[in-house]
Write a protein that binds this ligand. Structure first.
Ligand code: HEC
Length: 154
C-alpha cells in the first residue's frame, strides 16, 4: 500500500470511529427513555392529584391562577411554555423548586407530602397520566424520572 493510500485508509478509519463514538455519547431518544423513566409512564396516584388540587387552590392559585394559567404575580404552571421550560429536567428539580422556593411569599412551609400532592396535580393538569404508585417524596428517587414535554409513546 502506498503511503498516500495508507493515510486515506487511516483517516477513514478514524472518521468511522468518531461517528461510532458520537453515537454512543449522544444516545438516540429511545435509549434515553430506557435509561430514564419519563413522567409519561404514570408516576403519581390519582388520589394524590385530588388532594393536591385542594392544596394548590389554597396555597398557589393566588399567584399561579386557578387554572394554572399564571397571573401578574407568578408564571403559568401548565401548557406548552411551561412544559418546554422543564423539558428534559428531572422531576426532582421541579419537586425541589416547589419544596424550597414555593409558595414564594412563604417558602418551605409545606410538608413533603403536600409538595408531592401538588406536583401530582400539576402533572395531571399538564396531561401526564396517573399510575399505580404514588409520587415519591424522595429526591433521590425522583432524580431518576425525567419531565419530558412530549409523550414519547405517541
Ligand atoms: C406569592 C406568589 C406565589 C405563590 C403563592 C406561589 N408562587 Fe410559585 N412562583 C411565583 C413566582 C413569582 C415565580 C417565578 C420566579 C421563580 O421561579 O422563583 C414562581 C415560580 C414557580 C415555579 C417555576 C415555574 C417555571 O416555569 O419555572 C413553580 C413550579 C412554582 N412556582 C410552583 C408553585 C407552587 C406549587 C405553589 C404553591 C405551593 C406556588 N408556586 C406558590 C410566585 C408564587
Amino acid at each position: 500500500m502506498s503511503c498516500r493510500l495508507l493515510s486515506f485508509a487511516l483517516v477513514g478509519a478514524i472518521s468511522l470511529l468518531m461517528v461510532r463514538l458520537m453515537a454512543e455519547v449522544v444516545p438516540a431518544d429511545g435509549l434515553w427513555n430506557e435509561i430514564y423513566k419519563s413522567a409519561w409512564v404514570g408516576i403519581y396516584k390519582s388520589d394524590q392529584a385530588v388532594r393536591g388540587e385542594g392544596d394548590y387552590r389554597a396555597r398557589c392559585a393566588s399567584c399561579h391562577g386557578i387554572s394554572l394559567e399564571g397571573t401578574d404575580d407568578g408564571p403559568s404552571l401548565a401548557g406548552r411554555d411551561f412544559r418546554e421550560d422543564w423539558n428534559g429536567a428531572n422531576v426532582a428539580d421541579l419537586f425541589e423548586k416547589i419544596q424550597f422556593t414555593m409558595p414564594a411569599n412563604r417558602p418551605g412551609r409545606l410538608t413533603g407530602d403536600q409538595d408531592a400532592d401538588i406536583l401530582a396535580y400539576i402533572l395531571k393538569f399538564n396531561g401526564f397520566p396517573a399510575g399505580p404508585s404514588a409520587l415519591s417524596t424522595s429526591v433521590d428517587e425522583l432524580r431518576g424520572v425525567r419531565f419530558v414535554s412530549m409523550n414519547p409513546g405517541r
